[in-house]
Write a protein that binds this ligand. Structure first.
Ligand SMILES: *[C@@H]1O[C@H](CO)[C@@H](O)[C@H](O)[C@H]1NC(C)=O
Length: 182
């Protein structure tokens, strides 16, 4: 099996693995030399459309989140455009969407989580899994900033939106985590 023709689901899987493992090593020191050389490798792989390239998988799945952020910054500095904009539109949509999501999340977790919240609340019905996941996992971390970002983007405070969309004990739990007295 050639590396450039693996099933798209394989990439999606690898990226999920990459995200999970990347989040485990947030605090590591950044190696700028490494960031520069890996930004170049990513660029070459993207240019040649070799997304399943061993280097790509290795970089995304083994580097810490801070190291990857440094790599994406180098990429932008060197290429004059961000890596998520550089990805072509003609690949498997599912793969690209996941890759973009992964890259955005690594670049700016708060912005990413705000978007997940917005998507889980807007429209008919509520994606309770996504809503719960973000609020519970970010509660002790950056939920305050995510709330501010949400308010700014949607012109409505997150707790008001959650209050309108949920009910009962579930609502009370979310509102408590959001810092409200219930
Ligand atoms: C940084 O990465 C380069 C390239 O892989 C390596 O040669 C160097 O030893 C690393 N520096 C540190 C401080 O780990």
């Amino acid at each position: 099996m050639s590396h450039s023709y693996l099933h798209p689901c394989f990439y999606v899987f690898m990226l999920l693995v990459a995200l999970v493992s990347a989040f485990r090593y947030y605090g590591e020191e950044i190696n700028t030399t490494l960031a520069k050389s890996e930004a170049k490798k990513l660029h070459e792989a993207i240019k040649d459309k070799k997304f399943g390239n061993e280097d790509v998988i290795r970089i995304l799945s083994t580097r810490s989140i801070s190291q990857l952020q440094a790599t994406f910054n180098c990429y932008r500095e060197e290429e004059g455009t961000s890596i998520s904009k550089n990805l072509p539109k003609d690949l498997s949509e599912e793969y690209i969407a996941t890759l973009r999501m992964a890259v955005r999340c690594l670049k700016d977790p708060k912005k990413y989580f705000e978007k997940v919240l917005r998507r889980s609340i807007e429209g008919i019905g509520t994606d309770e899994d996504a809503l719960t996941r973000v609020i519970v996992t970010r509660a002790e971390k950056d939920l305050k900033e995510i709330k501010e970002l949400y308010h700014k983007r949607n012109n409505v405070p997150l707790d008001i939106a959650v209050d309108k969309e949920t009910s009962g004990d579930y609502k009370d739990m979310l509102l408590t985590l959001l810092g409200n007295e219930v």
